[in-house]
Design a protein around this ligand. Structure first.
Ligand code: TXA
Ligand code: MG
Length: 317
């Protein structure tokens, strides 16, 4: 791990690192982000591994320009209004993902929506230009810890799991971005943050509700996030395939005779498996199999988040 003063040369090196699939922590005007190329599923999986997140929450995808956001998501009228008023800035807009979006499924946790933000911090913007990629980045802290607002916090919290930390001093806002769900005609607040509700309401010319819960007491963001679940029934911990079943395999020893099979990682690599999880579920879901037999996934490292997601998919109707 190196902490680099964010000079032009350091930003250029960090941009190359991102393009090669490595993680880079960088300052934004809100908090430090732990970034990865959002189009690279394995790089995105490494974010979850580094944070020790027990779940695959959807991540914010950062872009340098509003025009790029338009290519990744379909902006509703209210999204456009808010983007015009507050981007670049501490606002994240959840919008419908564009069809054929290059964003890795894992970055948006398999959802049909994507959270987009154009940050204002000059170092974040320079890094986005240098990498020439959309950058998925949650706050650069270990899961359950508070968001990091200095490079030293990032280093203390994530240390060895981040090859490059760009140091741009303390972040000016120090609170995460405000997240607005702008997928429908009635935009609503998913998370309060660095942009005040009053400012949003002034720009829209009308009051904004919270997505759930009483005003001022939004339910936790995790609860607000709808989760992707396949329509096909999942059968977990499967060591054999039954008639009519598709197989979601893991590891080198795979049962034969599945109607369709996808191996999340023949070598048993949990980072590779996480990167493939959502697209594999989608693909198997589309095969028309009666059920999807899922081989046991070790409950270690990213295996915990993979199992969490599989268990939710079993429970949902
Ligand atoms: O200021 C910030 O927002 C920082 C900097 C680095 O940009 N990032 C950040 O990311 O705080 P994170 O991952 O800690 O929080 C992202 C929030 C979560 O509450 C997540 O549930 C929500 O955004 N979110 C992301 N994608 C979503 C989606 N498709 N639908 C609903 N909520 C989403
Ligand atoms: Mg966070």
């Amino acid at each position: 791990m190196v902490v680099l003063e964010a000079t032009q040369a350091a930003i250029a090196a960090a941009g190359r690192a991102l393009r090669s699939g490595a993680l880079v922590a960088f300052p934004t005007e809100t908090v430090y982000g732990l970034g990865a190329d959002a189009t690279d599923g394995r790089a995105v999986a490494a974010i979850f591994a580094a944070k020790g997140r027990p779940r695959f929450n959807p991540l914010i995808v950062h872009v340098g320009e509003v025009a790029q956001a338009e290519q990744l998501g379909s902006l509703t009228d209210s999204a456009r209004q808010l983007a015009a008023a507050f981007w670049p800035g501490p606002l994240t807009l959840v919008v419908a993902k564009e069809r054929h979006s290059p964003i890795a499924d894992l970055a948006s946790a398999g959802l049909a929506t994507v959270a987009l933000r154009v940050p204002a911090h000059p170092i974040a913007r320079a890094l986005l230009r240098a990498s020439d990629r959309p950058v998925a980045a949650p706050s650069a802290n270990r899961s359950g810890h508070v968001s990091a607002t200095t490079a030293a916090h990032v280093a203390a919290d994530l240390g060895a799991s981040v090859p490059i930390i760009l140091d741009g001093g303390p972040t000016p806002i120090g609170l995460e971005s405000t997240v607005v769900d702008a997928t429908g005609p009635e935009a609503c607040i998913l998370r309060l943050g660095g942009l005040a509700r009053e400012s949003l309401e002034r720009a829209l010319g009308r009051p904004l509700a919270f997505a759930l819960g009483a005003p001022g007491r939004p339910a936790s963001p995790g609860m607000l996030t709808r989760h992707y679940a396949p329509a096909t029934r999942l059968r977990l911990e499967a060591n054999e395939v039954r008639a009519g079943e598709a197989l979601l395999a893991f590891g080198p020893a795979v049962p034969k005779h599945a109607a369709a099979a996808i191996n999340l990682s023949p070598s048993g690599d949990l980072v590779e498996a996480a990167a493939k999880l959502f697209s594999a579920l989608r693909e198997l879901d589309a095969t028309g199999a009666q059920a999807i037999a899922v081989m046991p996934i070790p409950h270690l490292g990213l295996g915990e988040a993979i199992n969490d997601r599989l268990q939710r998919a079993v429970r949902s109707p």
